[in-house]
Design a protein around this ligand. Structure first.
Ligand SMILES: [Fe+2]
Ligand SMILES: [Fe+2]
Length: 205
């Protein structure tokens, strides 16, 4: 089966669209959240204890921002637009594959949330399942963000116009009304990273 990397083609230099920059900035925040989750998982592996305050904040941000607002920007706004511009079946399959990765992330996140209280409490089975699922989630999510950065966003830049950009930004604004101000979300991502002693620019970006 073809992969997104084999179907969305090589990068060309093109215009920068503001909506795609919003997604790129959020990818940087998501990578920082992944670094934060990795940090609490590593600490729990060593100590047998999960940092309750940091983990609750990280899971809230993954649930409502990374796998919430950010995925809705893609699934409700960007992907449908790209589907209308898809030039062949392979481009459609590449978008479907990214949607499938979103779904797998949400399923893994639900498991993490189900085990959270037991893991914080110190129930051995819940903590084991939580850490195992968290490691799988980290790998899945890092691969997904990397694929979108490498293939999806350059592909979108080649296909979309300034008019499309305005359309996407209007859709994004409608989604933002359903939750907290994105700037506050960014500050919270920074806050949890600082609390965990992670460097200002994380390791991924
Ligand atoms: Fe995505
Ligand atoms: Fe994304």
């Amino acid at each position: 089966m073809p992969t997104a990397s084999s179907t969305l083609g090589p990068r060309l230099e093109c215009m920068t669209l503001e909506a795609l920059e919003v997604l790129r900035e959020e990818h940087r925040w998501i990578v920082r959240l992944l670094d934060a989750l990795e940090r609490v998982v590593a600490h729990a592996r060593r100590s047998g204890r999960l940092d309750a305050q940091a983990t609750v904040e990280i899971l809230a941000l993954f649930t409502h921002f990374a796998d919430g607002l950010h995925q809705r920007r893609e699934e409700s706004c960007l992907f449908p637009l790209l589907l209308t511009r898809a030039r062949d079946v392979e481009e459609r399959l590449a978008l479907a594959r990214l949607c499938g990765q979103h779904e797998r992330e949400r399923v893994a996140l639900r498991t993490l949330c189900e085990r959270l209280l037991g893991a914080i409490y110190g129930a051995p089975h819940d903590l084991r399942v939580f850490l195992h699922e968290a490691e799988a989630f980290l790998a899945l999510h890092r691969g997904h963000v990397a694929e979108e950065e490498r293939q999806l966003l350059p592909h979108a830049e080649r296909l979309l116009t300034a008019e499309d950009d305005e359309h996407l930004l209007a859709g994004f604004a409608a989604l933002e009304r359903e939750g907290p101000d994105p700037e506050w979300i960014g500050r919270r991502v920074l806050g949890v990273c600082e609390r965990l002693g992670l460097a200002a620019h994380g390791r991924g970006h």
